[in-house]
Ligand binder design. Structure first.
Ligand SMILES: NC(=O)c1ccc[n+]([C@@H]2O[C@H](COP(=O)([O-])OP(=O)(O)OC[C@H]3O[C@@H](n4cnc5c(N)ncnc54)[C@H](OP(=O)(O)O)[C@@H]3O)[C@@H](O)[C@H]2O)c1
Length: 185
């Protein structure tokens, strides 16, 4: 009997993440989505919502353990959660800039570190990182957002080569409007 692939999508309470979990669930995947404050109304048919704050090591560990206990493993991790810090570079405080990197870069790093040991053991897995077009074409007043997305892009390209021999694939998506249509694998 063929079992459904297990997909974990961070930031599934709205936007791309919300659309992605619905689409994956309709396509027959076993889908886990996350939110910092999952509520009953966010739990849609076929999508199991799990609490997650990607800024926190403890929350990341709890979330991945929960999914692995329920489903055995994670086949695909989609690092989608993030936010846009707008504002001029000169006016942005170091704290605000660090917070942007904490979520948009280190959040994906934390999640990746949490799923990789099991993917390595199984000899398979896929990590999909949602970057942005501004990673390669930065725009004014989104400088730190662009910098964090550029960091994610570079990290993903390096990681791809590091884990290829383990059977783990890494994709990174960059387009602004339709991110999944501009991925490098
Ligand atoms: N919209 C665009 O035009 C565009 C273009 C290129 C790339 N992107 C990227 O695509 C991704 C999704 O964008 P979107 O526009 O769909 O965003 P969105 O609607 O604002 O959704 C962001 C999601 O991220 C989650 N999130 C934010 N901070 C979090 C944290 N610290 N821990 C855990 N979850 C967190 C939110 O969940 P909770 O608040 O429920 O926790 C929410 O589900 C982002 O990475 C964004 O940078 C967007």
């Amino acid at each position: 009997m063929q079992t459904s692939k297990v997909v974990l999508v961070t930031g599934a309470s709205s936007g791309f993440g919300r659309e992605t979990v619905s689409l994956l669930s309709q396509s027959g995947f076993r889908v886990f989505g996350t939110s910092r404050k999952p509520s009953g109304s966010e739990t849609r048919a076929g999508v199991e919502m799990v609490q997650l704050d990607i800024d926190s090591d403890e929350s990341v560990s709890r979330c991945v353990n929960t999914v692995q206990e329920k489903a055995g493993h994670v086949d695909v991790l989609v690092n989608n959660a993030g936010y846009v810090l707008t504002g001029g570079i000169e006016e942005t405080s170091i704290e605000e800039a660090k917070a942007q990197f904490e979520t948009n870069f280190f959040g994906a790093v934390r999640m990746t570190k949490a799923v990789l040991p099991t993917m390595r053991k199984r000899g398979s897995g896929q990590i999909v990182n949602i970057s942005s077009l501004v990673a390669v074409l930065p725009v004014p007043f989104e400088g730190y957002y662009a910098a964090a997305k550029a960091a994610l892009l570079a990290y993903s390209e390096a990681l791809r080569h590091e884990v290829k021999s383990l059977g783990v694939k890494v994709s990174v998506c960059r387009a602004r409007v339709l991110p999944y249509q501009s991925c490098t694998n």
